[in-house]
Ligand binder design. Structure first.
Ligand code: GLO
Ligand code: MG
Length: 344
């Protein structure tokens, strides 16, 4: 059965061009503008950080947070746009300088947990059961500054508190090996699924794979996708691209390595990604050089590339490939893939 995919992105994916060496290159836009553009592009859902949903969340009361979230939900319903997930942004606050759940300061660890529980309340109002945990600062710059064994215990403890707070939510861990940290505690999908097993309700702890993060870990994104899907644990995907081991680039999907992008789509097709309602999300950023009038191109292009690769996956000659595999003629298989991607 042909599969229809649902697409989403987050407000941060319409970024303004800031980098560590220079200021923004595009003027800021309002959330409402971003939502309107998402709809115009024909995407189905939006991803949220807790403070994308409720700006300045730390300065607001519980009731104010609920009120603003309900208003947002109304706005999303009005536009026919779903909230795919909510993620606690645990890397901006002065309370998360030394990490969040694994900070050496117990008050700061408590801050991280309180904020995560609030994120769950927001998700509930927005009508999603998916909480994404990108563990941005859970790691070290100086190895001896934290006890890695204790850090695993602290991560599990924090996840257990989230699972107990609401029995219906699911946690999707988004692994990344480095940046901002030198070394992160949960660098790969294997680590994410292993740590899930230590929680009180491991069935509700799964993963989100980002292509660029796999590449930064020196791994193949399509193998990582297949690995997570073998466990029925791939609950979201951040497709993008990355040119080797350098800063996190979040390039348009397929921009660097079209063959790797094809392999990712093929593995998704083979394993029926999306059959339980999972979304295809593009965690991509415009190049700093992008003019405001071309601001959405990286998102539209990522989806166009994705859909073209779906066609390539569906027209891939499986029986021809099978024959080459049976003959162990991988040389021919390699060339077949190249020519298939190049087209006639
Ligand atoms: C950064 C991550 C980040 C997360 C987002 C959702 O490298 O990819 O963009 O996906 O904050 O938690
Ligand atoms: Mg991401």
């Amino acid at each position: 059965m042909p599969q229809n995919y649902k697409f989403c992105f987050g407000p941060w994916n319409i970024s303004e061009g800031w980098d560590p060496y220079g200021p923004t290159t595009r003027p800021p836009q309002t959330f409402d503008w971003k939502l309107g553009e998402l709809k115009k592009l024909g995407f189905d859902a939006m991803m949220f950080h807790d403070d994308d949903a409720v700006p300045d969340i730390d300065s607001k009361s519980e009731s104010q947070i609920r009120k603003e979230t309900r208003e947002l939900k109304k706005k999303l319903d009005g536009e026919g746009i779903a909230a795919e997930m909510v993620a606690p942004r645990l890397w901006f606050s002065p309370n998360t300088i030394d990490g969040a759940y694994t900070s050496n300061n117990p008050k700061h660890r408590q801050y991280a947990i309180d904020r995560s529980l609030r994120t769950i309340d927001i998700a509930k109002i927005l009508g999603t059961d998916l909480i994404v945990l990108w563990l941005a600062r859970e790691g070290t710059y100086v190895r001896e500054s934290k006890n890695p064994r204790r850090s695993v215990d602290l991560l599990v403890e924090a996840m257990d508190k989230m699972l107990a707070h609401d029995k219906r939510i699911r946690l999707a861990i988004e692994p990344k090996p480095n940046e901002p940290m030198d070394h992160a505690y949960v660098p790969t999908i294997g680590h994410a699924l292993a740590i899930a097993q230590l929680t009180q309700d491991s069935k509700r702890v799964g993963a989100l794979i980002e292509s660029a993060h796999c590449i930064l870990a020196g791994l193949d994104p399509s193998d990582e996708i297949a690995f997570a899907m073998s466990f029925d644990k791939l609950w979201s995907l951040h497709l993008n691209d990355q040119n080797g081991l350098k800063y996190d680039q979040d390039k348009p999907f397929g921009s660097t390595n079209l063959r790797s992008a094809f392999d990712q789509v093929r593995v998704m097709e083979q394993n029926k990604y999306g059959r339980n309602g999972e979304y295809v999300c593009f965690d991509v950023h415009p190049f700093r050089t992008t003019k405001p009038e071309h601001w959405l191109a990286h998102l539209d292009n990522s989806r166009r590339t994705f859909l073209k690769l779906v066609q390539k996956a569906r027209t891939y000659n499986e029986s021809k490939a099978k024959q080459m595999i049976a003959e162990r003629n991988y040389q021919a298989l390699d060339q077949y893939v190249i020519e298939h991607l190049l087209g006639k």
